[in-house]
Write a protein that binds this ligand. Structure first.
Ligand SMILES: Cc1cc2nc3c(=O)[nH]c(=O)nc-3n(C[C@H](O)[C@H](O)[C@H](O)COP(=O)(O)OP(=O)(O)OC[C@H]3O[C@@H](n4cnc5c(N)ncnc54)[C@H](O)[C@@H]3O)c2cc1C
Ligand code: SF4
Length: 455
């Protein structure tokens, strides 16, 4: 589209660009797809789902028209199952394990999961009831998938749960971080409401370590669950980062989910630095905001990038260009302090380093310039170092160290989700955080029962 045409993009068009991309199955399509399922004994898809959803059972319930039963099967195994239906890399998980991969095509498990949970959302279903009180209290720090999942299971087991959430809305990255055209906020809000309906209190706008200290929580609750995720995007460490038009990808996506969309990006040239899922989200948001050209710059190659394959394909379909082996070295501003170009260097790959990925090294004399209007930084996330320090927990570079039962170095403090995530492809996922939250709840309950017997 020519620049003059782009400038005419209306707010209605922009809003439409941020509506959910996948239309979802119709009732008839869902039943037809459900009827293709072979209902395998020992179904491999269940093993491949980190939350172990009984997939053949929920699919059978769709086939027989029992959508409430289907949604209950899904949500009982996965408290954020409606979000996961949209954001799981299904081809690497459940659908990748479907036996029909060997003959025709796998069952569309994610889409069926979405169909059943959509029904529950649209019909305002409350699917669970809290368990009888056991008189114990738990404080959870963070209301993302890990915190919500731990809270749901603990409430079912009879604990009185309070979640402390720094943001003004609950849901973590499901609410603020994953782009609306894949995960609209109302899906996350419904999952939050399901948890609240179990008498779980969520104190938003309350930052632990600032509004309430770690010590106060330790003195007031029987158990603590640290589910604070990761923090903002780190600095690139190059000249020009302070210029107008340089963005943190997570903040950038958050603005598209929380603020009025504007024409600011229409017709602009944007570069995104990094090649993980956050970078893809930053890039595809820029396209939907009307940017004329969006390039992802990555210092390694496609082989080493951490974005899921489906995210990569999605970005390519959106027209995002990928510049591999490209290292930004300087952001250049105009006389008004606004970004106007980025200087880069070509790289080559050397020997693998500790994480097994080949180390990029600059190729001398290959400097080049790309004229740009905006730079989006997406090179990972920093850690909540001061919070972890307040709890005095064992950690390695801000990654909280845990035992097999998710216990930290403080026996009454458990941790789950991104706060314990090290490094690697495909692990920092909503579905993994959800399962870890469940595991933490069972570990706490086990400790409580053990203490009750010995008391
Ligand atoms: C841009 C982006 C796109 C992604 N896309 C996908 C995807 O497509 N599929 C997928 O499976 N995964 C995706 N992920 C990863 C996924 O979102 C995370 O792995 C998951 O959200 C981790 O859950 P969590 O509960 O550990 O942390 P979070 O979701 O980060 O939640 C942590 C919560 O803790 C709160 N908090 C932090 N500090 C404090 C404090 N001191 N006091 C109180 N509250 C605090 C935060 O405000 C936040 O609400 C994406 C991540 C990003 C950043
Ligand atoms: S939660 Fe994710 S991995 Fe598990 S069945 Fe649903 S879509 Fe598949």
């Amino acid at each position: 589209m020519a620049k003059s045409e782009m400038a005419r993009i209306s707010l209605t068009d922009l809003k439409r660009n941020f509506q959910e991309v996948e239309p979802g199955l119709t009732g008839r399509e869902a039943v037809e797809e459900a009827n293709r399922c072979l209902y395998c004994y020992d179904a491999p898809c269940i093993q491949a789902c980190p939350t172990g959803i009984d997939i053949p059972t929920f699919i059978k319930k769709i086939a027989s028209g029992n959508l409430k039963g289907s949604a209950t099967t899904i949500m009982s195994a996965n408290p954020v199952g409606a979000s996961c239906a949209r954001v799981c890399p299904t081809e690497e998980l459940c659908e990748g394990a479907c036996v029909l991969n060997h003959s025709t095509k796998p069952i569309m498990i994610g889409d069926l999961q979405r169909h059943a949970t959509n029904w529950a959302i649209q019909n305002e279903q409350v699917l669970f009831h809290k368990g009888a009180s056991n008189g114990r209290t738990v404080a959870i720090i963070g209301s993302g998938p890990a915190g919500l999942s731990a809270a749901r299971e603990l409430a079912l087991l009879g604990y009185k749960v309070t979640i402390f959430e720094a943001s003004d809305k609950a849901g973590g990255l499901n609410t603020y971080g994953i782009v609306s055209f894949r995960l609209p906020q109302q899906i996350s809000f419904w999952e939050v409401e399901q948890v609240k309906s179990l008498d779980v209190e969520i104190l938003t706008n309350t930052t632990v370590g600032k509004d309430i200290s770690a010590e106060e929580l330790q003195n007031s609750y029987d158990f603590i669950v640290l589910a604070a995720g990761m923090a903002h995007v780190p600095n690139l460490g190059i000249e020009g980062e302070e210029l107008d038009g340089v963005y943190d990808a997570i903040e950038f996506v958050k603005e598209t989910k929380t603020k009025q969309l504007t024409n600011e990006f229409v017709g602009k040239n944007v570069v995104v630095i990094g090649a993980g899922n956050t970078a893809i989200d930053g890039a595809t948001c820029s396209v939907r905001l009307g940017a004329e050209n969006v390039k992802i710059l990555y210092r390694r190659t496609q082989v080493e990038m951490s974005a899921y394959d489906f995210e990569y394909e999605f970005a390519k379909q959106d027209g995002v260009e990928f510049r591999w082996l490209t290292q930004p070295t300087k952001i250049i501003g105009d006389e008004n302090g606004r970004v106007k170009a980025i200087e880069c260097l070509k790289m080559e790959l050397g020997e693998p380093n500790e994480d097994g990925r080949r180390r990029p090294a600059p190729v001398n004399g290959t400097e080049f310039m790309i004229p740009v209007d905006a730079v989006i930084k997406a090179i990972g996330q920093t850690r909540h170092q001061s919070l972890i320090d307040q709890f005095n927990l064992e950690q390695i570079n801000g990654v909280v160290q845990i035992s097999e039962t998710y216990q930290t170095s403080d026996p009454n403090v458990y941790a789950c989700g991104d706060v314990v995530f090290g490094k690697g492809k495909g692990e920092a996922m909503v579905v993994t955080a959800a399962q870890q939250g469940k595991n933490v709840a069972y570990a706490i309950h086990h400790q409580y029962e053990k203490n009750s017997v010995t008391a």
